[in-house]
Design a protein around this ligand. Structure first.
Ligand code: AMP
Ligand code: MG
Length: 316
C-alpha cells in the first residue's frame, strides 16, 4: 500500500486528479491550494462551478489554516466526530481558492476517517479538495471498481482502499449566529449530533435554503427509471408486464421469482443498509431493467439519510 500512497502523492503534487478512498464514498481529489488542479475536478465530473467542494484535512490542528471565527459548537463537533463523516461549513481564509467554495465566503471542511487517505494526507503538505468520484448527478461510488467504471480513461490513478465502510456521504453542518444548522443528511445522524450540541435546525430542502448548493433535487440517480414506495408489492402488482428491480430494507418480497431483489440489511440494521445502498443501486442499474422500485425506510436514525438519497435518486 505504501507504494500506491506514494505514487498518489507524487501525482497530486504534480497537479493531477486522483481518486481516493474515504469512509463515506470515493472522492476525486486535487491539491486544494492549486486552482488549476481543482478546476480539473469540475471538468472531469461535469460538475457546475456553482457547486462547492469539501476540503479534506489531516487533523483538527490544520483547521485554523483554512478558516476564521470557529463557533464553540463547531469546535465541539470537530473534537467529537473527527476523523469522521461530519463536514463543517465555516468562514474561509483567503488562502482557500474561490473555485473551491463557488465564490462563497465559507468553506466545507472535514477530516476523513480512512487509514489510506489519512496516510496520504500525512505525506502531503496541502489539503485535498474532493467531491464524490462520480459524474455529476449519478450514483456515488463506494468501491474502487465503481470509480474505474466511470473514469478509467480520464484519471491517472484510483487509490484502492477497499469498500467504503459508511457508504453514504458526510453530514453537512453550518452555523447561523453560531448555532448549528444541518444542510445535508448523511452518515452521522441528527440524533448523534444533537447529543453533543443540543437542538439542530434542519435546512436540507430547497424550499428552506434556496441558495445552498448540493441540494439539487435530482442526484445520486440510476439510469434506470426509479421509484420510491412505502408499499413495494402494490407497486409491483401495478406493473405486471415490466422487468422490475427491487431495493428492499430487510425482507424479500414473495411477489414473484423473476424480480431482481437487493436486500440492504437482513438484520434490519441501518448502518449496514447505508453501507450497501449505492453498491446495490449500481448492480440493479446494470441489469437492463425497465424499472427499479426502492422501499421507503422508517424516518429515524440513518433511515432519514437513506430516504433523502432515495428521494433525490427518484426525482425526475
Ligand atoms: P460532494 O463532495 O459531492 O458530496 O458535494 C459536496 C457538497 O458540500 C456540496 O454539494 C455542497 O452541498 C456542500 N458544500 C461545500 N461547500 C459548501 C459551502 N461553502 N456552503 C454550503 N455547502 C457547501
Ligand atoms: Mg456527490
Amino acid at each position: 500500500m505504501k507504494v500506491e500512497i506514494e505514487k498518489a502523492a507524487a501525482l497530486l503534487e504534480e497537479g493531477n486528479v486522483v481518486a481516493i478512498p474515504t469512509e463515506t464514498v470515493y472522492g476525486l481529489a486535487a491539491n486544494a491550494f492549486d486552482e488549476d488542479a481543482v478546476r480539473k475536478i469540475f471538468e472531469i465530473k461535469g460538475r457546475p462551478l456553482f457547486n462547492p467542494l469539501i476540503v479534506h484535512i489531516k487533523s483538527i490542528d490544520f483547521l485554523e489554516h483554512l478558516v476564521n471565527n470557529i463557533p464553540p459548537k463547531a469546535l465541539q463537533l470537530a473534537q467529537h466526530f473527527w476523523p469522521g463523516s461530519l463536514t463543517l461549513i465555516l468562514p474561509k481564509k483567503e488562502i482557500v481558492p474561490n473555485i473551491i467554495t463557488a465564490e462563497k465566503d465559507t468553506v466545507a471542511v472535514r477530516v476523513p476517517n480512512h487509514p489510506v487517505t489519512l496516510a496520504l494526507l500525512d505525506i502531503l503538505d496541502f489539503p485535498l479538495a474532493a467531491p464524490s468520484a462520480n459524474p455529476f448527478g449519478t450514483i456515488s461510488p463506494t468501491e474502487a471498481k465503481h470509480v474505474i467504471d466511470y473514469f478509467k480513461d480520464t484519471i491517472p490513478m484510483v487509490l484502492d482502499g477497499g469498500i467504503c465502510q459508511n457508504g453514504i456521504e458526510s453530514t453537512i453542518v453550518g452555523f447561523e449566529f453560531d448555532e448549528p444548522v444541518l444542510y445535508r443528511l448523511g452518515s452521522i445522524t441528527v440524533e448523534e449530533i444533537e447529543k453533543i450540541v443540543g437542538r439542530l435546525s434542519i435546512k436540507n430542502k430547497k424550499e428552506v435554503a434556496p441558495d445552498a448548493p448540493g441540494m439539487l433535487e435530482r442526484h445520486y440517480a440510476p439510469k434506470t427509471k426509479t421509484f420510491l414506495e412505502t408499499d413495494v408489492n402494490a407497486f409491483i402488482q401495478k406493473h405486471p408486464d415490466k422487468k422490475i428491480g427491487v431495493l428492499l430494507f430487510n425482507q424479500r418480497t414473495e411477489n414473484h421469482d423473476l424480480i431482481h431483489q437487493e436486500i440492504l440489511s437482513e438484520n434490519g440494521n441501518y448502518k449496514e443498509a447505508a453501507l450497501n445502498l449505492y453498491a446495490a443501486m449500481h448492480r440493479l442499474d446494470k441489469l437492463g431493467l425497465d424499472l427499479i422500485v426502492a422501499e421507503r425506510f422508517p424516518d429515524i436514525d440513518l433511515g432519514k439519510s437513506i430516504n433523502d438519497r432515495l428521494e433525490r435518486a427518484t426525482k425526475n
